[in-house]
Design a protein around this ligand. Sequence first.
Ligand code: DGP
Length: 115
Amino acid sequence: MSDCIFCRIAAGEIPAKKVYEDELVLAFHDVRPQAPVHILVIPKQHIPSMAELAPEHEAMMGRLMVTAGRIAVEQGCSSGFRTIVNTGRVGLQEVYHLHLHILGGPDPLPPMLKR
Ligand code: DGP
């Protein structure tokens, strides 16, 4: 989709600090990091959110999850990390191209769902 920022990153039209890429998924640093390590892992295929996932996406999502764990460790999160998928209005999703956040760093992260 030409108006989707993450599709444009996947197409190389917008620069990003890429950390991994294969035929199905792409990982790059979040432009507004919320932790010392903050990486996004996306499918190259445009899927707006987790709510649109269907059985034909199972293999790709398996690749995405396996890749995310490996990247997290490679990027220095061997003592642990958090993964988040924000979905829709209630999930405060900002970019409507499915993505998994990897958040980590040397120190424990703040508690989840803190207001
Ligand atoms: P969310 O949709 O709320 O799960 O978060 C979207 C994330 O995407 C947010 O942390 C900032 C990041 N982001 C938005 N635009 C860009 C961009 O152009 N480049 C990169 N690297 N990250 C972006």
